[in-house]
Design a protein. Structure first.
Length: 672
C-alpha cells in the first residue's frame, strides 16, 4: 500500500477548471506532476493559467520559490489518440505515478473507462482518487480490479485558494488509503474532512442543496423576494453571498444538474421549480448575462446591489433550518463527525460559523418548530431528524441553555427582587422583571440594575450584555405610585440617581444591546437610549409621555433623545407625549433594527455572539471614542481617537488580529 511518504509523482487527468488547479497545488508542494488531457490546445491553455496563477501568488509573496521552478515540475501529457482511445503516453505516466487524481467530465461511463485504463497500467498499489462532486465513488471504483484503492478527493474551486478537501470513502475503500489521502491533503496545505459513507453530495453539496432549495421555495411561493432572501443571507446570517447571488455566480446549471444527479441516487427533496425553469430557458446567471440578477454581458461579473435594509424580512431560521436538519442526518448516520461537518461549511461555503454552531445560536427548538412548518408548506423532507427532536425533549437547545451540539460552559439564572440575570457565556441577559407593573422602574430596580452591571463588568466570561423586559413591556416608565408625596428635592435626587444609572450604561466597558419587547415609555425609553444598540419587536411602542403628567423626562431623555433623532423630532415627542411604533422609531433613528416579536431574542443573541468575537479592548475604545467625542469638539475627539488607536497597539489582541489575518484563520481575542 502506498503511504503519503511514498507519493512523489502525481498524475492528474483532466486539465480543465479543477484539474489544472489541482496540478498547481501539488507542484507548489514539491511533487512532480503529470497533467493529462485530450489535446495540446487544452494543455497549453492550462499551463498558461497555472503560470498566471503562480505569478499572482509570487507577487503576494505566497510562493517560496520561482514560478519557473514550480512549472518545471509539471509535465503535460496528451491522454487520448485521434481515434478516441487512451494514448500510450497516458499508459506510460500511469505506470510511473504513485497517485492518480481524475478531474474529467462528470459522466460516470467516462470516469469508469479512465479508471479501468489506469488500473490496467498502474505500477502497483497506488492511490486512485476522483475529484467528482456528485458521482458515487463506489460505482467509479467498480471499474477497477482493486476498488479498495479508489477514494474520493473532492477539491473546491479554485483549488489553489480553497483550503477544503472532502475525502470520501467508497464502500470498499481501505482505511489505509483514506488515511494516506488525509495525510497528503495536509502536506499540500489543505484541510481535509472525511466522509465515511458514499452518500450523494457528500457533505457540502448536500447541505448547500437544502439551503438553496428552501430559499428558492420561499420565492416560488411568494413568501419573500429574491432581494429579501439575499439581504437576509448576506447581512443577517453573514454569509459571503446571498443564495441567489451564489447561484448566479457559480451557474444555475451547475446547481440544477448536481441536484438532479443527487436526487437520482436517493437524495430526497421536493425540487423548487424555479431552477429547472431557468435551466431550460438558458438563463444561467453570470455566464449568460442573466439569472436571478442581470449582468453587463455574459461572463462579466458585477456584484448585485442588495439593499441592507431588507435584511431580516425573512426569518434566518427559515433559511438554515433544512441545512441544520441535513447536517443532523449526516451526523446521526455516521457520515461525518460534528467537527468535520462544521469545518466543511466554513471552509467550503465560507459560512462564518458551522451549521451546528448556527443551530446552537438560533436555538434547536426554533429549528424544529420551523422544520415542522416547512414540512407542511413544502414537503416531507423537512421532517425534523430524531436527533433534533431528542435534543428539544432533553432541553439541550444551544447557547441559551448552555448546551446544544456544543457546550457553552457557565449557564445560570439568578432571580433578584426586580430583575432576572441569565448568564450564557459569553452573554449576560438582564431581564427587567416586574411584569405585573409593566416593569415600572422604582428605586429598588435602579439600585439592582446598577449593582448587577457592576457585577457583570468584573466577570471575564461575559463579553456582551443584553437588556430586555419580561411580559409585554420592556418598561412602561417610572413607577408613578412611588412619586406620591415626594418633595421637589426628593424628586431631583431620584432623577440624579436615575441619571447615574443611564450614564453608567452609556460609558459601560462592555457593549449593551437593548431588546425592546413591548411598551418602552418614559424612564424605560431613557434606559433603552443609554444602551449601545436597540433592537425592537414590531409590536413595541416607544415614547416620552411625562408631559402628560405635568413633568419632563428626568433620566437623560431631554439630552439623549435629540442626539438620536434630532432637535425638532425630540421636541415633538416630548411636547406631545405621543407614542410611536417600532417602525416609526426606526425611521427616526431611535432604534437600529425592527424584527418580528418571535425573533427578538434570537436576533439579539445572534448580534451579541457576533460582538463577543470582537476584541473587547477595541470595542471599549471605539465606544469611548464615539461617546466622548460627541460630547466635545472635533479636535478633542480626534485627539482621543488617535490616543486610543495608538494605545491598542500595545495589546496582545492586536498581535493576535494581525497574525490571524496573515495566517488566514479566525482570531481568538482575549481582551489582553
Amino acid at each position: 500500500m502506498v503511504s503519503a511518504n511514498d507519493v512523489k509523482q502525481v498524475l492528474v487527468v483532466g486539465a480543465g477548471t479543477m484539474g489544472h488547479g489541482i496540478a498547481e497545488v501539488f507542484a507548489i508542494a514539491g511533487y512532480n506532476v503529470f497533467l493529462a488531457d485530450v489535446n495540446r490546445q487544452i494543455l497549453d491553455s492550462a499551463m498558461d493559467k497555472i503560470r498566471w496563477s503562480l505569478s499572482k501568488l509570487a507577487e503576494k509573496g505566497q510562493l517560496k520559490e520561482s514560478v519557473d521552478s514550480v512549472m518545471s515540475r509539471i509535465t503535460a501529457v496528451i491522454s487520448v489518440n485521434p481515434d478516441g482511445s487512451f494514448s500510450n503516453d497516458l499508459a506510460a505516466v500511469a505506470s510511473q505515478a504513485d497517485m492518480m487524481i481524475e478531474a474529467i467530465t462528470e459522466k460516470l461511463d467516462a470516469k469508469q473507462a479512465l479508471f479501468r485504463f489506469v488500473d490496467q497500467h498502474r505500477k502497483g498499489k497506488i492511490i486512485m482518487a476522483t475529484n467528482t462532486s456528485s458521482l458515487p465513488i463506489t460505482e467509479i471504483a467498480s471499474a477497477t480490479s482493486s476498488p479498495e484503492l479508489v477514494v474520493g478527493m473532492h477539491f473546491f474551486n479554485p483549488p489553489p485558494l480553497m483550503p477544503l478537501i472532502e475525502i470520501i470513502k467508497g464502500e470498499r475503500t481501505s482505511d489505509d488509503v483514506v488515511q494516506s489521502v488525509v495525510d497528503l491533503a495536509k502536506r499540500i496545505g489543505k484541510q481535509p474532512v472525511v466522509v465515511n459513507k458514499d452518500v450523494p453530495g457528500f457533505i457540502v453539496n448536500r447541505i448547500l442543496a437544502r439551503f438553496l432549495n428552501t430559499a428558492c421555495w420561499l420565492v416560488a411561493k411568494g413568501r419573500a423576494s429574491v432581494l429579501e432572501v439575499d439581504s437576509t443571507v448576506r447581512f443577517s446570517l453573514g454569509f459571503p453571498m446571498g443564495a441567489f447571488e451564489l447561484a448566479d455566480y457559480s451557474g444555475i446549471d451547475v446547481f440544477y444538474l448536481i441536484a438532479v444527479a443527487m436526487t437520482q441516487r436517493g437524495f430526497k427533496q421536493t425540487p423548487c421549480p424555479l431552477f429547472e425553469q431557468m435551466y431550460k430557458a438558458n438563463t444561467l446567471g453570470m455566464k449568460t448575462g442573466k439569472g436571478f440578477y442581470e449582468y453587463p454581458k455574459p461572463g462579466a461579473y458585477v456584484r448585485p446591489q442588495i439593499p441592507k435594509d431588507l435584511a431580516g424580512k425573512v426569518d434566518p431560521v427559515t433559511l438554515i433550518a433544512s441545512a441544520v436538519n441535513e447536517a443532523a442526518w449526516l451526523l446521526e448516520n455516521g457520515i461525518a463527525t460534528k467537527e468535520d461537518i462544521d469545518k466543511a461549511v466554513k471552509l467550503g461555503l465560507g459560512w462564518p460559523k458551522g451549521v451546528f454552531e448556527l443551530a446552537d445560536q438560533y436555538g434547536i427548538d426554533s429549528i424544529v418548530a420551523t422544520l415542522n412548518q416547512l414540512k407542511q408548506d413544502i414537503g416531507p423532507e423537512y421532517s425534523p431528524e430524531p436527533l433534533l427532536t431528542q435534543m428539544v425533549s432533553q432541553g439541550t437547545l444551544g447557547v441559551k441553555t448552555g448546551k446544544g451540539f456544543y457546550e457553552y460552559g457557565h449557564y445560570e439564572e439568578v432571580a433578584k427582587s426586580t430583575l432576572i440575570v441569565r448568564y450564557e457565556k459569553p452573554i449576560a441577559w438582564i431581564i427587567l422583571n416586574r411584569p405585573n407593573k409593566l416593569n415600572a422602574i422604582n428605586v429598588d430596580m435602579i439600585n439592582e440594575l446598577s449593582q448587577t452591571l457592576d457585577e457583570i463588568e468584573q466577570n471575564p466570561d461575559v463579553r456582551v450584555v443584553i437588556l430586555t423586559g419580561s411580559g409585554r413591556a420592556f418598561s412602561a416608565g417610572a413607577d408613578i405610585t412611588g412619586f406620591a408625596g415626594i418633595t421637589p428635592i426628593q424628586a431631583a435626587i431620584f432623577s440624579r440617581k436615575f441619571q447615574e444609572l443611564t450614564l453608567k450604561m452609556e460609558y459601560y466597558t462592555k457593549p449593551i444591546i437593548v431588546a425592546i419587547n413591548g411598551y418602552t415609555l418614559g424612564g424605560g425609553l431613557e434606559i433603552a437610549m443609554s444602551g449601545d444598540i436597540r433592537i425592537a419587536a414590531e409590536t413595541a411602542m416607544l415614547g416620552q409621555p411625562e408631559i402628560n403628567l405635568g413633568f419632563i423626562p428626568g433620566a437623560g431623555g431631554t439630552q439623549r433623545l435629540p442626539r438620536l433623532v434630532g432637535r425638532s423630532s425630540a421636541k415633538l415627542l416630548i411636547f406631545t407625549g405621543d407614542m410611536v411604533s417600532a417602525k416609526d422609531a426606526k425611521e427616526l433613528g431611535l432604534v437600529d433594527y425592527v424584527v418580528p416579536p418571535e425573533r427578538l431574542e434570537q436576533e439579539a443573541r445572534s448580534l451579541a455572539l457576533k460582538l463577543a468575537e470582537k476584541p473587547p479592548l477595541a470595542l471599549l475604545a471605539a465606544k469611548l471614542a464615539v461617546e466622548m467625542g460627541l460630547e466635545s469638539n472635533i479636535w478633542a475627539g480626534l485627539a482621543l481617537e488617535s490616543q486610543l488607536f495608538g494605545l491598542l497597539f500595545s495589546t496582545k489582541d492586536v498581535v493576535e488580529g494581525v497574525s490571524a489575518f496573515l495566517e488566514k484563520r479566525k482570531p481568538l481575542f482575549k481582551g489582553e
